[in-house]
Design a protein around this ligand. Sequence first.
Ligand code: 25A
Ligand code: L14
Length: 342
Amino acid sequence: MSKKEFRVAVCGATGAVGQEMLATLAQRDFPASEVIPMASARSAGKTVQYKGQDLTVVEMTEDSFTGIDVALFSAGGGPSEKFAPAAAKAGCVVVDNSSAWRMDPECPLVVPEVNPQDLDWHKGIIANPNCSTIQMVVALQPLHLEAGIKRVVVSTYQAVSGSGQEAIDELEEQTRRLMNGKPIVAEVYPHQIAFNCLPQIDAFLDDGYTKEEMKMVNETVKIMGDSNIKVTATTVRVPVFYGHSESVNIETREKLTAEDVRTLLAAAPGVTVVDYPEKLAYPMAIDSAGEDDVFVGRIREDNTIENGLNMWIVADNIRKGAALNTVQIAETLIERDLLRVP
Ligand code: 25A
Ligand code: L14
């Protein structure tokens, strides 16, 4: 039997994603008997807000997890690698936002709209996918079930909030300085991000792709559970605060018309279609900020191949791309009776 209420840890609670996790738990009235915010020693003693109350941040250590039922991690790959196994050993179910566990065959990689059934084989650590991957698979899955996806070519336009609070501050500061004719410094990113586009997200690999690009390739196959789906990606940082946008070209096995796609996506969970060219209406990053859904528009047939489609996919990277998807995983664990009293 599931317990009715759970003790929930938010690990990395002072970060951009951790803050949104606290807000999301509160907004969705997650059944928490207690919420315990954790971060590094640097932030211990600071307070964070939850349901109008001040909660004191405690340092995350290997001993922090006794008596905690579920821990939502967003403290980066290093801390996740170090602390998630200790948490799982203490009987706490970890839902991890970092890249540390995503491709581990022992860890389900879950988007609740796409593969909730993968939660059934969890062994204590569940991975939350990369933000760009999450919003793409939410929109791809309904087309895949109907017509079989063969190949996807995606280019992303990613907001700076994906790299945390320091990056949000860097874009703001550079913009302000440039508008005042002052010199800028680039610290978080290797080049100026204000009024610019950087065709690099995360580190380069030997083959010329970046880690972010390969996350989209590998995670899509794992989540959708079909190794025949071929994905190739170019990921780009743009001077936007919140909301990732993606231009996606799709080749399917069976023919889908643009109207078929609109009908399928209009009925899909977690998707809102915004596709009214006559009204100049299409999804935009600034409208996605603070919203839960994945927005899809600019749906067109690509007539250069037999079964081709183009579309434009936008979502709030900190919400559906991170905090909301993590909380939805925890909610789905409860629904499937997978969060149990030890
Ligand atoms: O490794 P990955 O997977 O690639 O992830 C890299 C980063 O991406 C974000 C997240 O940043 C992560 O650090 N992220 C993760 N998943 C994401 C997703 N799905 C994602 N972004 C988008 N989508 P973040 O800013 O959101 O969160 C960082 C939080 O982690 C806490 N933390 C760090 N090390 C920890 C730890 N908590 C416990 N144990 C550890 N060892 C971090 O808290 C924050 O809450 P903090 O206390 O370390 O820092 C709080 C504030 O301190 C300032 N600061 C940061 N670095 C320094 C610093 N001050 C001085 N010196 C520094 N070196 C900042 O102002 C920070 O907010
Ligand atoms: O793997 O925008 O979740 O820099 C962490 C860094 C997501 C993107 C992850 C960024 C990424 C993020």
